[in-house]
Design a protein around this ligand. Structure first.
Ligand code: ADP
Ligand code: MG
Length: 632
């Protein structure tokens, strides 16, 4: 039989497994439910791809992001491995073809978004698939206590029931101990399951918090002092542009990125930064997932993320190459208040939520009896203008109503236009009746995008208009007309989100907003915010150690190069050294009193350092000295 290592060599060309990869592979390969915790970039994909290739049958991979899904499928195909993806946005026929391929086509990997799991087609086809294992990527999304809960993940347990003997591999790069338990429980892990954890410590990354009254000035100062590629994170789309301008005015090349840009712009900017033509990427948190640039030297946060999980992920994009790198958080006392305000913004009062629920009905002018199944295009700005709501809170209220099961509110995700040909290429050329505009447009589309006969491609009407010389309206018109003639299928960009009623309308007083969707979640959100504020404001804890502690690594040590470790302690030595020594001294004295020289001997540290710390601890009455004997 071919070994795991041979598979690794054959398909990826790597000689060795990294860290805990092999342990995870052995565990899932022997049929045990397995949880793997590895930092981003640690190499999680290999841990399911290799064992799946070693077995007969199909590996189902559940993953939340369509863009990453496509990347991985492309990547596997380039290695000659049969892989396919099924996600929201594909047509029914397309999905059927893909799933049939998984039954008859000898496919090894089916990537699927969690929202597709409870569809009838999928479940019908699933019964006939020969499934070897289920992989749940980004598995922290299953936990309500995590920072990125996706309700659709809860459907995975049902799939397990349909496949009783198929083991599950859950992977994540971010999970507190509470979330780890929750993942195992919600995925119905069986007895004998195993968990493998690779330390999240990033030895080459120095965490710094800069307290400053003028963040912009500090930003410029840091970027002028330092060399190399950088990411600057800010929470606000508008500010990405402003900061980019600021940097350009200081001769620092920069570009910006946020979810509101069209895909062409995103691609161009990302490439320019990736290739080092632009030094700084100024972005919202929409930037970074799946980006693997090794030589980012510094990640600077202008605003605080609302959880250590998010901060750790974003900061962790610096220094992938193992060379020294910095993660800098700029902080003003004001931030603490702003951050606390996010708790009430994200969880407005229940009375307010009820009011929004009611106002929505007036907004849509719904008649009695309307409700369940009704779907409306929804413009939140207009709604807020008419009913005097703040958009942030109204948005939060709608999300809570969605979680409580009353309606489905989708904001602007995955909203770019898509297109796929429904005719075959040869059929396309046989059609003669087109006028010149149409012919030109089809020609340009075929030249601009690939894979259009097998899959939807994201298109940009604006750039098609420029390349054809037609107006944007004309491009739109032609695409709609070709859709009606079944030449292609065009899904225009969704500009406004939708609201769909998933339940009968009820009186606002009868809305049930339970602890699972409100109190408990609010509590864990507040807990994360507090952890983030602690991180920024501590004056005596190693930053790296604080983050690791948060993720459940309790036996950490001082990193020695964060701003806390480097600052001077009143005893005269560095803070990090002081903390390390203090801990060691207290541990030794706990076991029994020692003379100063006995203690120094056991510490294996330069005598000046140990004497400074000992004198300091005595002066602070943390330890006692009697006739040269030290005790607690
Ligand atoms: P993650 O999902 O944990 O963020 P990926 O699975 O995307 O990470 O892997 C990150 C990178 O590391 C990829 O480029 C991958 O090819 C590489 N990699 C993974 N395992 C190994 C290995 N054993 N040896 C060398 N490179 C590896
Ligand atoms: Mg991954």
């Amino acid at each position: 039989m071919i070994t795991y290592q041979e598979i690794l060599k054959q398909y990826w060309g790597y000689d060795h497994f990294r860290g805990i990869q092999e342990e995870i592979i052995q565990s899932i390969g022997s049929g045990k439910d397995t949880l793997g915790l590895m930092p981003t970039g640690g190499g999680k994909s290999i841990t399911f791809q290799v064992p799946a290739l070693a077995q007969e049958g199909l590996c189902i991979v559940i993953t939340p992001l369509i863009a990453l899904m496509k990347d991985q499928v492309r990547n596997l195909r380039e290695r000659g491995i049969k892989a396919i993806a099924v996600y929201s946005g594909m047509t029914r026929e397309e999905i059927i073809v893909a799933l049939e391929n998984c039954i008859f086509g000898d496919y090894k990997f089916l990537y699927i978004s969690p929202e597709r799991l409870d569809t009838e087609i999928f479940q019908a086809k699933l019964r006939r698939m020969k499934v070897s294992m289920i992989t749940v990527d980004e598995s922290h999304c299953i936990s309500q206590w995590g920072y990125d809960f996706r309700p659709a993940y809860l459907k995975i347990a049902d799939i397990r029931q349909m496949l009783p003997n198929v083991p599950v591999l859950a992977l994540t790069a971010t999970a507190t101990p509470e979330v780890v338990n929750d993942i195992q429980q919600k995925l119905a892990f069986k007895e004998g399951s195993q968990t493998f954890r690779m330390s999240f410590e990033r030895k080459n990354l120095a965490y710094i918090v800069r307290h400053t009254e003028d963040k912009q000035k500090e930003l410029i100062r840091i970027l002028q002092k330092m060399q190399g590629s950088a990411i600057v994170y800010t929470r606000n789309r508008k500010r990405t542009r402003e900061i980019t301008e600021l940097l350009s005015n200081h001769q620092i090349t920069a570009t910006f990125y946020h979810a509101g840009l069209n895909n062409d712009a995103k691609d161009i900017r990302q490439k320019s930064w990736q290739q080092g033509e632009t030094r700084v990427m100024v972005a919202t948190n929409a930037f970074g997932m799946g980006i693997d640039k090794p030589d980012v030297r510094i990640v600077i946060h202008m605003d605080m993320p609302d959880s250590p999980e998010a901060y750790f992920q974003e900061a962790g994009r610096a220094g992938r190459d193992g060379q020294k790198a910095y993660a800098v958080l700029l902080y003003t006392p004001h931030d603490k208040m702003n951050l606390s305000k996010r708790i009430t913004d994200t969880f407005p009062d229940k009375d307010y939520i009820r009011k929004v629920y009611e106002d929505i009905q007036y907004f849509f002018q719904m008649a009695m009896g309307d409700g369940l199944g009704c779907s409306y295009a929804f413009n939140i700005d207009e709604f807020c203008r008419n009913f005097k709501h703040f958009p942030v809170q109204a948005d939060s209220a709608l999300k809570i109503l969605t979680r409580a099961g009353y309606l489905e509110y989708t904001d602007e995700q995955d909203n770019a236009s898509r297109l796929m040909f429904t005719l075959r290429r040869d059929e396309l050329y046989k059609l003669q009746e087109y006028d010149a505009d149409i012919e030109k447009l089809i020609h340009i589309i075929l030249r601009s995008y690939t894979g259009l006969f097998t899959d939807y491609a994201y298109i940009n009407e604006e750039s098609l208009a420029i390349r054809t010389g037609l107006s944007r309206e004309r491009v739109y018109e032609i695409l709609v007309m070709l859709t009606q003639r079944h030449v292609l299928h065009y899904i225009p960009q969704k500009k406004t989100p939708y609201i769909i009623y998933t339940q009968k309308r009820v009186e606002k007083e009868r809305l049930v907003i339970g602890p699972e969707v409100y109190e408990k979640r609010k509590e864990s959100y507040a807990f994360r915010i507090k952890a983030m504020i602690d991180y920024a404001t501590t004056e005596e804890k190693c930053r790296s150690r604080m983050l690791l502690y948060y993720f459940g690594e309790k036996d950490g040590h001082h990193c020695g190069h964060c701003d806390i470790c480097l600052k001077k302690h009143p005893s005269g030595i560095r803070f990090g050294d002081y903390l390390e020594l203090k801990e060691e001294i207290l541990r030794l004295l706990q076991e029994g009193a020692l003379s100063t020289s006995e203690l120094s001997e056991q510490l294996h540290q330069p005598t000046e350092k140990t004497t400074s710390v000992i004198s300091f601890l005595i002066a602070e009455e943390i330890i006692r000295s009697q006739n040269g004997i030290l005790s607690i």
